[in-house]
Design a protein around this ligand. Structure first.
Ligand code: SF4
Ligand code: SF4
Length: 344
């Protein structure tokens, strides 16, 4: 992997150049200690020293509400797909979110090719940054997501006076050549980068899943009928927050919206969540997961078994957002996996 260096004083001009060429979305402090991905209006708004954002950058590739097609009815019937997409740079993406986007890339390119997602994704560059501060709920070391070797176009590592920049794709290389003043990283800078990266997983040592990564599917299979799922279900509000904040959740509902004169309309999709009561309800009113404990179990099986069995990696990257979003404090995968193992 090619490694370049950008002096910190040259970083704001890099951002400013990018902002002239495309929309730039970066991490900003929303209120004290709470961070979000939002469009940058000036390089000074960017914050690369954050713990976790409230929502992941997924919302810019898979928007919470997205028009898929527009149609007319009546005498002239027509139907046109809507493919909205423009060049976009996502800056400050942590490794666990880089991994989550890579997973979405695989899923939306699988048997059901999703052109809306793919168009947006092709127009997006990901400038990742190594983690400098751990969120209290994050357990990305356990989910092999504390650092990342691929899935980004550029990856920044803060080594003091400068950032090393790992080039992950031709798109990233092009971006760097066009918009940044960079130079080849020296041996000392490469060594400093390795030193910084080696320490990152240890930030998460106090928050660990006690079952090895590849043993989680077995653990869940063995505890599919565990009473823990009933206990959690008794406290669950079925609010779906744990799904909506999750960078790897990708389920959506499709609906049609008709104009009042009934001659035109649009079809759109909205984020959905498997914890919501109506998620598995079908025409006729049958609900395949009517019982809340089944929905609680289903979510955890998606995170620690089903996705792994299909793609060889878990549908959880250990960001900890679900744990911090859940009001009754029952969504934390670390606690659920560890309690299942301990039989408590
Ligand atoms: S399940 Fe929770 S910890 Fe895992 S990726 Fe989703 S939000 Fe993050
Ligand atoms: S956030 Fe908590 S209360 Fe809401 S659906 Fe998820 S587990 Fe249930």
């Amino acid at each position: 992997m090619t490694l370049r260096t950008i002096e910190k004083k040259n970083f704001p001009p890099f951002m400013a150049n990018l902002m002239k060429a495309m929309e730039v979305v970066g991490v900003q402090e929303k209120v004290e200690g709470k961070y979000e991905f939002a469009p940058l209006e000036s390089p000074a708004q960017l914050c690369l020293d954050y713990d976790v954002t409230l929502l992941s950058p997924k919302k810019y590739i898979l928007p919470p509400r997205e028009t898929l097609l527009k149609f007319t009815t009546g005498q002239t019937v027509s139907c046109e797909p809507v493919m909205e997409s423009k060049p976009l740079a996502l800056i400050g993406v942590h490794p666990y979110d880089v991994k989550a986007i890579s997973q979405l890339d695989r899923i939306f390119a699988d048997a059901n090719q999703d052109e809306h997602y793919q168009k947006k994704r092709q127009n997006t560059v990901i400038i990742g940054t190594d983690i400098k501060r751990a969120s209290p709920y994050a357990f990305c070391k356990s989910m092999n997501s504390a650092t990342v070797q691929e899935g980004f176009d550029l990856l920044l590592t803060d080594i003091g006076e400068s950032y090393t920049v790992a080039i992950g794709s031709p798109k990233g290389q092009d971006l760097l050549e066009k918009y940044a003043a960079s130079r080849a990283a020296t041996k000392e800078e490469a060594a400093k980068r390795s030193e910084v990266q080696e320490k990152i997983p240890y930030m998460f040592s106090l928050n660990s899943v006690t079952t090895p990564y590849d043993q989680l599917p077995r653990l869940l299979t063995d505890h599919a009928e565990d009473k823990l799922f009933n206990e959690l279900a008794e406290k669950c509000f079925s609010c779906g927050s744990c799904n909506l904040v999750c960078p790897t959740c990708y389920c959506f509902d499709v609906q049609d919206d008709m104009a009042l004169n009934l001659t035109a309309g649009e079809r759109f999709r909205l984020w959905d969540g498997c914890l919501l009561e109506g998620f598995a309800e079908v025409a006729g009113g049958e609900n395949f997961r009517e019982d809340r404990s089944e929905r609680v179990r289903h979510r955890i099986f998606r995170k620690g078994k089903y996705i792994y069995e299909k793609y060889g990696e878990h549908g959880c990257v250990g960001c900890g957002r679900c744990a911090s979003a859940c009001l009754p404090d029952i969504a934390n995968p670390v606690e659920i996996f560890n309690r299942l193992k301990e039989g408590k």
